[in-house]
Design a protein around this ligand. Structure first.
Ligand SMILES: Cc1ncc(COP(=O)(O)O)c(C=O)c1O
Length: 374
């Protein structure tokens, strides 16, 4: 069974059958969809080693699924590390690209055999040198996040000169300067942003070489977009642009890493919710669901617009869609077109496989949606 918004009849039929036996809210993950995205990704970016960004959806069955297919993992925390070790993921297939890590995490990852870590500050180099000596380290550079709907700029990344200095410091401190990484921001739809980031990486690479540092790896991070309400450039198109940019600027044989999160699991998930209330406020029609911003749909406050549907047919009208908590931030969308649902009807949030359950809290006593697999 392949659940897809391209085939709404089949989708609704499948959800309906499922929904009769489960209490909402819950997330359905379609493993066939993950398989399809993985194959597409591997075909398009065959030149890169794939490390799934576990934060996108760390469910153990997704981990097992990807582990069996030989995918690597990108992690940041002890919990993520433990989960991978439980699934017997070999440490050579684990990297940590969060430039700021806790000492405990670094120690734990190192003792488990992980040897690839990102950094973007002197203090991180000191920590890595002490707790993960002789590891391969890569500098996170700051790049434009133009075209990203979930920007990751500002918090991390250094400029060209600092990156080169830090790589040089790393080599003086029992670490192996190994490469460069960047993140163009999540859900990035502008290919030029990757090209510019690769160009910036090339400058760092060459300046490092001039200082006697021979780098080997370029990690192009995540950012590959999925379809929400609007169409996005295909993975193969982006992969093509990225490959051309790398071939134009980097020496042959450079090792390429890629860390997709959203692109592997996002379109494979559907969050099934139920209408718990309706109201008219200042002339606007409000619909309240049993899951909201705090219970899986956090990204809606940053501008992610999920495709939303019901099993109802009939004329559609505009609704403000809100979650169940008392907080006024708990508004999923200010303008959704839906055929009028009744209390107790189900509402389906599509493309909800990434950054939903992993962000969800139990705020106000509402449960984190459970995940079921088809
Ligand atoms: C270091 C790193 N790599 C990869 C990812 C995955 O990004 P995406 O889900 O946009 O592919 C993230 C997301 O926050 C990240 O911080």
């Amino acid at each position: 069974m392949r659940l897809s918004i391209d085939d709404p009849d089949r989708l609704y039929k499948s959800i309906k059958r499922f929904a009769q036996v489960k209490e909402t809210p819950f997330l359905i993950i379609d493993r066939q969809a993950i398989q399809q995205r993985l194959e597409e990704f591997q075909k398009a970016i065959g030149y890169a080693k794939v490390f799934y960004a576990l934060k996108a959806n760390p469910h153990k069955r997704i981990t097992a699924f990807l582990q069996q297919r030989g995918v690597g993992f990108e992690i940041s925390s002890e919990q993520e590390l433990r989960s991978l070790l439980r699934h017997r993921v070999p440490p050579q297939r684990i990297i940590s690209s969060n430039p700021v890590k806790s000492n405990t995490f670094i120690k734990g990852a190192y003792s488990a055999g992980v040897r690839l870590f990102a950094f973007d500050s002197y203090s991180e180099i000191e920590k890595l040198s002490e707790f993960a000596p002789n590891s391969k380290v890569y500098a996170r550079i700051s790049v434009s996040n133009e075209g990203s709907q979930w920007p990751l700029a500002k918090k991390f990344g250094v400029d060209i000169e600092d990156a080169v200095d830090l790589l040089a410091r790393a080599s003086e401190m029992h670490l192996e300067p190994y490469g460069i990484t960047f993140h163009v921001g999540s859900q990035c739809t502008d290919p030029v942003t990757w090209v510019k980031a690769i160009e910036k990486s090339r400058i760092v690479w060459e300046l490092a070489k001039n200082r006697g540092i021979e780098l080997q790896m370029l990690n192009i991070g995540g950012g590959f977009p999925i379809r929400y309400t609007e169409s996005v450039p295909s993975i193969s198109r982006l992969a093509h642009v990225v490959r051309d940019a790398i071939e134009n600027s980097f020496p042959k044989g450079v090792e390429i890493f890629v860390e997709p999160g959203r692109a592997l699991v996002g379109e494979a998930g559907i969050l099934v919710t139920t209408v718990i209330g309706k109201a008219v406020r200042n002339g606007q029609r409000w619909l309240y669901l049993d899951a909201g911003v705090f219970h899986g749909l956090m990204e809606s406050i940053g501008g992610i617009r999920y495709p939303i549907g019901t099993v109802k047919n009939g004329p559609a009208s505009e609704w403000v869609l809100a979650g169940p908590s008392c907080d006024s931030f708990d508004v999923i969308s200010a303008d959704v077109e839906l055929s009028e649902p009744e209390i107790g009807d189900q509402v389906y949030i599509m493309s909800a496989g990434a950054y939903t359950t992993s962000y969800a809290s139990r705020f106000n006593g509402f449960p984190i949606p459970r995940t079921y697999f088809v």
